[in-house]
Design a protein around this ligand. Sequence first.
Ligand code: HAM
Length: 427
Amino acid sequence: MTMKIKKARGTRDFLPEEMWFRDFVEKKIIEVFETFGYRKIMIPTFEHSTLFKIKSGEEILEHMYTFKDKGGRELCLRPEATASVCRMFAEEMRGEKKPLRLYYSCPMFRYEEPQRGRYREFWQIGIELIGPKNEYSDAEVISLASLALKNLGITHKLEINHIGILRNLLRDLGVDQKLQSRIMTLIDKKDPSLEDFLKKNVKKDWEKILELIQLRGGKEILARATELLSDHKSCLLSIEELKRILDILDYIEIEYEVDMSIARGLEYYTGMVFEIKAEELGSQSQICGGGRYDSLIEILCNEKVPAVGFAFGFDRVVEVVKLKGLNFPEKRLDILVVPVSEEERKDAIKLVNSLRNNFIGKLSVTLELMNRSLRKALEYANSIKARYVIIVGKRDLEKGKVTIKNMDLGKEEKINLEEITNFFKEA
Ligand code: HAM
């Protein structure tokens, strides 16, 4: 009996060519992270679901894969990494010297409606900078995201805001925490019911919120926001903070747009927030999101430790790189060794073994295993774009030789067995 079983909705299989491409893109990002001194960590695939109930917000909780294990514990597949990294810091890293510069690259799980660029299992590559609280650390994180994309040749649009401006305004208007979060979610989703919701739930000056989130543009927007919020002292402090970050971005020539409607879908942000978009992707254009979260770690370990970070939606980044047709090295098999008949198989195995031992990590060497005739083996080598075929035949072996065929040039030459290592060292 056969049973046809398909992959679960929202998950994907990655075939070797795709993985070669994804690994290449990942390496280009990670080399920039490491240039900035970030060190790799790994977090568990599942956590106690309470971790994400603390401050990840409605949006995350709604889409979490939650389950009970055999011991009755309520666990979930990680929907994002920031809360896990904070838990890891609180549990394992409090004694370490700050700042801590950490990065991760792993799948996340959200029960969302799958579509192009939106999956239930998707990869994030992200960083967290734990310890400092100043504009230089905010600017470091933004410039890191920007350089990683530049390293991949991706042109992108950086949109930046300070969550304190909106949050402090809502607080000043008497909106409690719970309602604030609801409003932030509506703003984040650009939900058309926002106006009615504000009218109904915010007693005074609700128009100010609408006016504020319409502000978008260069640094001059800050002057307009200052005017609009002149009665709200704590909002002005947030605007000042944002201005200091923008000054540094100007100084290091990073282009941005201030967008006062960026609310982010996650609840733990307390300061600067940003999103990066790539036009090529249409409706799922957001390839990166991040910001400052200064109170999350404190909830987990009773120690005030500010932090800032971001995550790339890796699948989306890969998609943009593909659409842009970036040049990247082709993955090819270097050597296929073919015995002409069963008689020469032992010599062929010996040769494969010696080449593999001499060129670990440098050349890929395989033995023909499907009992193909020489003609079929050469056709196969062509189809997989092998660079060289070594033909192990009886007559050559009697003279201590084998035939090496350069598949790109179509040229054959006979080489003494003891000279093979040198031949490939030079090739
Ligand atoms: P986030 O905005 O929820 O932030 O996710 C970051 C990125 O992951 C998004 O910009 C998007 O590109 C990608 N992404 C999200 N959901 C999906 C999905 N279903 N399928 C494909 N890609 C998706 C965070 O997760 C924060 N932890 C980022 C952060 C780190 N903030 C501070 N440090």
